[in-house]
Design a protein around this ligand. Structure first.
Ligand code: FDP
Length: 282
């Protein structure tokens, strides 16, 4: 697994350099979810593919930007599912973006995720790695290497509220719940980039990030394999919870297609318990 993390560190510097220097235009292609691809999405995908091509532990890659699985090393042990540049539409307004990696062993379902990692490309490059049995570890880039900063632990209750999706399309009970958190004193923190938004809640001790099923997207927007499951693992390892709109752990998801999405809620314990009550689920 260590060689995979070393590859992710190299990828972080290469994608950061691409964000700072490459063309920001459209690639004139659509990804597997029917979204228009930016040249940076394609370039980031190529950077990741190139780096994992020389890691014998990786059996195959599944990218948010591609249909199907790319076979690499049949004798390897892990499948890496990744979103090469999440929130890429924010690069042109110079906000933070990220890359997300889920490392799976066996069939691609949440129970088989063995580790996850994400990179934040912001004023600084940060990397968080989560493995079974330990707290997620934060690393910060200094010069050409990453320095370990410390473990991440969520408090029981936080102060931040990051509500995703178009409010007009939220279910009424979701709107009432989000409003009740603001009435309790929660502060709005939502950049529109899943990685920096979830990272902020993790580092500031807690809160809630929500992306519900909406009238236009009944199954939510965020993809299970590349976004939802890797972050569900992070939040649970940090002492928080991650559930869907039925109150089920996202770590029990079994995607039937690589690009399946799910309504998702990530937070510290207090907010998730309050959400379960508001949704009438256990
Ligand atoms: P984007 O479409 O810009 O790639 O992955 C999807 C995502 O960004 C997440 O990063 C972000 O949390 C979400 O979409 C934002 O969606 P809404 O604008 O619908 O809230």
């Amino acid at each position: 697994m260590q060689t995979i993390f070393e590859a992710i560190k190299k990828i972080a510097f290469e994608i950061d350099n691409a964000i700072k220097t490459a063309d920001l235009g459209y690639a004139n292609e659509e990804n597997a979810s029917g979204e228009e691809q930016l040249k940076l999405d394609v370039l980031s995908d190529q950077i990741i593919e190139k780096n994992f091509a020389s890691v014998p532990e990786v059996i195959s890659l599944v990218s948010e930007e591609k249909e199907g699985e790319l076979e690499l090393h049949t004798a390897g042990s892990y499948i890496v599912c990744y979103d090469p540049l999440d929130g890429s539409s924010l690069v042109d307004v110079n906000l933070s973006v990220g890359s997300i990696f889920g490392i799976y062993q066996g069939i691609l379902d949440a129970q088989n995720l063995v580790a996850s990692a994400y990179i934040v490309y912001g004023p600084r490059i940060e990397l968080v790695i989560a493995m079974k049995g330990t707290k997620p570890m934060l690393y910060r880039a200094t010069g050409d290497h990453f320095r370990a900063i410390g473990e991440i632990t969520l408090n029981e209750k936080g102060k931040l509220n990051a509500p995703g999706g178009t409010q007009q399309n939220w279910p009424s009970h979701h709107k009432a719940f989000i409003d009740s958190l603001f009435a309790e004193g929660y502060r709005l923190r939502y950049s529109g980039g899943m990685v920096p938004d979830l990272h902020q809640i993790l580092l500031k001790g807690g809160g809630l990030f929500s992306y519900p099923g909406t009238t236009d997207k009944p199954h939510g927007k965020l993809r299970q394999l590349f976004e939802v499951i890797p972050f569900a693992f992070m939040y649970e390892q940090a002492g928080g919870q991650a559930i869907n709109d039925k109150g089920e752990r996202l770590m029990n998801l079994v995607p039937s297609h690589h690009h399946d999405t799910s309504p998702c809620f990530f937070g510290s314990n207090y907010e998730i318990e309050a959400l379960k009550k508001a949704y009438g689920v256990k």
